[in-house]
Design a protein around this ligand. Sequence first.
Ligand SMILES: NC(=O)c1ccc[n+]([C@@H]2O[C@H](COP(=O)([O-])OP(=O)(O)OC[C@H]3O[C@@H](n4cnc5c(N)ncnc54)[C@H](OP(=O)(O)O)[C@@H]3O)[C@@H](O)[C@H]2O)c1
Length: 283
Amino acid sequence: MILVTGATGHIGGAVVRGLLALSHEVAALVRNPEAARRRLPRQTALRVGDYEDAPALKQAFTGIDELVLISSDGDAGAIQRHHANAIEAARAADVRHITFTSIIDVGETSPFYYAPAYRDAEHRLANCGVPSTILRCGLYSDFILDTWLTPALASGELALPAGHGMMAPVSRDDVAAAITAVAAMPDKSRALYSITGGQVMDFDEIATCYAETTGQPLRYRPCSASEYLASATARLDEPWPEAFATLCASIAEGRYASASSDFSALTDRPAESFKAFLARVFS
Ligand SMILES: NC(=O)c1ccc[n+]([C@@H]2O[C@H](COP(=O)([O-])OP(=O)(O)OC[C@H]3O[C@@H](n4cnc5c(N)ncnc54)[C@H](OP(=O)(O)O)[C@@H]3O)[C@@H](O)[C@H]2O)c1
């Protein structure tokens, strides 16, 4: 039995559907069973629990062989606590293996707001006694579109403190396909994968790609962190201005600048390019 967390979300839901299509027995960790019932295939077993509720997590994970732990969201303190609770509950419930979605940029010197929380989860996984596989994921194409490109349309200018740093965007659907492949794999001896798109590009190229696909003018302008923070704090709640500004700093430092072949090796196909992703979304 494979249990998927975050199953009412984009990636978790796609992993549930992918594993069911491969004829696995699948359970989903959900907070609201009625809402989950509407969103997930009928044959999905529902286990109820919140990442904040450690006893409920242990009960939900009882009898589970494989835990697919989709990373949580919120401020860094909450994320760190949620992952710690889930990993400890998996250990206490005698789960046999954990697949976890981490991030590419977990370096000790990373400026990224979330890097310490993900380092903490990776450290806990290495020391909890349950074998695990970590998928370090690059930036989601969907995240780049929703967080940065769409809001920039009104002005036609994408101003970010990312310099000419490169990244290899990967779609959430492809991340889900990679997680599904790892969770379904009988041999889980490999401990670490990097899940990125196949091509690296900077925000100049991303903005050009967007303008060509949609016909809407968009131009990238590198700006300072203080300029970005001034405009982001006027629009966004905490912790997003700091989280996004430090993510841009990390991109500028080249921490997202490599494309891995792990996705193709896992799925036997190339990752969807950013251009193809946009064409799909705007078709
Ligand atoms: N690499 C990137 O570019 C990038 C960008 C953004 C996010 N991420 C990470 O990727 C993860 C998955 O992305 P996504 O698009 O699939 O997210 P999503 O659609 O927002 O789904 C998040 C899921 O987490 C569940 N969840 C949230 N808080 C929870 C809690 N306290 N206890 C139990 N479940 C909880 C939600 O359940 P409910 O339906 O009950 O709310 C939902 O099922 C995110 O959570 C985030 O960690 C990565």
